[in-house]
Write a protein that binds this ligand. Structure first.
Ligand code: AMP
Length: 401
């Protein structure tokens, strides 16, 4: 079965086409700047030349049509006909409490995703556009939705409720939902597989640290706590997001600077984090370069980032009364040996012992970076959210047939 995986943003659409007989990627690509004057389609067919095309793509419907054209193109295509695509899997950011697992798309599922727009105003409308566009261009092809929040639905009440009036949960479902669930699930499973141990026996802390960043405490294979909250703003310091802060800062700053709700939201989501402290960039590569060159603001940004990350690791070790495995993943976790080193060097109290030589190795495969004597296994596991989406899609569609 060939499965097309789609990740729709408000102005972008990423895709990967899988052949599920061997889980190989036949092609992948990205449409950027949808709705703007010059949209860019980058199509990467496996084993063939990458194609880049600039045109006007005003909405997701046209974006998918162009992607399908590329997938069946005589030169850059990998399919004889669109009919070879037997299922489509979509990434959806927010599944609320309704979606505890991936689901086939039907009228009810669409209605539930629509209801959740209130909780994910930027993300769920984009997913809906992707679903509708796929339906319009591939009528009759079964579709599946895979949620970033679903893996965290196992969290106990004590982890997901906020200590605020209960009525806010009862009326508006104000609670912790978390994010990056597909990634936390994938890397925790992969870590257990790599170690050759049953996941049921392990306490794992997964650190998904990329542009957005979150930590999850995975006990016995299920999420018991995670650092992102009702929205992806809570938790770790991120590229442009503040992460945790005293909530009283919000009304205080709004009052002092005469800010609107939108302005303060934008300040915390887009103008904070590494960018705000370094004054240079939200990108960890530029922060580590600045630090290497002795830039004090880049150094402070790095130190704050590492310090906050390490405090969260400590708190999740406390939450689970121990930790067997720490996993690093996503852009920073997979690539920044400096962040990994700084964190691990200060976790010796947990029995973490980093092997600096292994930490410097680059690889696309899961790998150990702790020493043989380390009491905690420290791993780097490249994430693959698209593969989880493709697998869930394949499974649900096959079960239904
Ligand atoms: P992601 O959101 O997972 O794609 O991660 C993107 C982020 O990973 C970038 O913004 C960078 O901060 C970070 N990143 C990527 N490559 C490196 C690298 N070699 N060293 C440090 N950080 C990196």
């Amino acid at each position: 079965m060939k499965v097309l995986v789609i990740n729709s943003g408000s102005s972008s659409l990423k895709y990967q086409l899988y052949d599920m007989t061997d889980e190989s990627v036949l092609a992948k690509g990205l449409v950027e700047r949808i709705g703007m004057d010059s949209s860019i389609l980058t199509h990467k067919p496996t084993g063939k030349e990458t194609v880049t095309e600039v045109s006007e793509i005003l909405e997701h419907n046209t974006a998918i049509r162009k992607v399908l054209d590329k997938l069946t193109d005589k030169v850059s295509g990998v399919l004889e006909s669109i009919d070879e695509i037997q299922a489509v899997g979509h990434r959806v950011v927010h599944g609320g409490e309704y979606f505890k697992a991936s689901s086939l798309v039907d009228a009810q599922a669409k209605e539930e995703i629509r209801k959740l727009i209130d909780l994910a105003p930027l993300h769920n409308p984009a997913a809906m556009m992707g679903i509708n566009a796929a339906e319009a261009n591939m009528p009759g092809v079964p579709q599946v939705v895979v949620f970033d929040t679903a893996f965290h639905q196992t969290m106990p009440e004590k982890a997901y409720l906020y200590p605020i009036p209960r009525v806010l949960y009862n009326k508006y479902k104000v609670r912790r939902y978390g994010a990056h669930g597909t990634s936390h699930y994938y890397v925790s499973q992969k870590a257990a597989e790599f170690l050759g141990k049953p996941i049921e026996s392990l306490k794992i802390i997964t650190c998904h640290i990329g542009n957005g960043a979150s930590l999850t405490a995975v006990e016995g294979g299920v999420s018991v706590d995670t650092s992102m909250g009702m929205t992806p703003l809570e938790g770790l310091m991120m590229g442009t997001r503040s992460g945790d802060l005293d909530p009283a800062i919000v009304p205080y700053v709004m009052n002092k600077e005469d800010l609107t709700i939108n302005e303060v939201n934008s300040m915390l989501n887009k103008h904070s984090g590494l960018l705000a402290i370094s004054g240079i960039s939200s990108d960890m590569r530029e922060i580590t370069d600045g630090r290497a060159n002795g830039d004090p603001n880049a150094t402070l940004a790095f130190d704050m980032y590492e310090y906050r990350l390490r405090k969260y690791i400590g708190s999740y070790a406390a939450a689970m009364n121990g930790v067997d495995v720490i996993v690093f993943t996503a852009g920073i976790g997979e690539n920044s040996l400096y962040v990994r080193e700084a964190v691990c060097e200060n976790l010796t109290y947990l029995g973490v012992e980093l092997d600096k030589t292994l930490n410097a190795v680059r690889s696309d495969d899961p790998r150990r970076i702790s020493t043989e004597n380390s009491k905690v296994e420290v791993l780097v596991v490249p994430t693959n959210e698209e593969l989880v989406i493709a697998r869930d899609t394949y499974r649900l569609v096959t079960e239904q047939q």
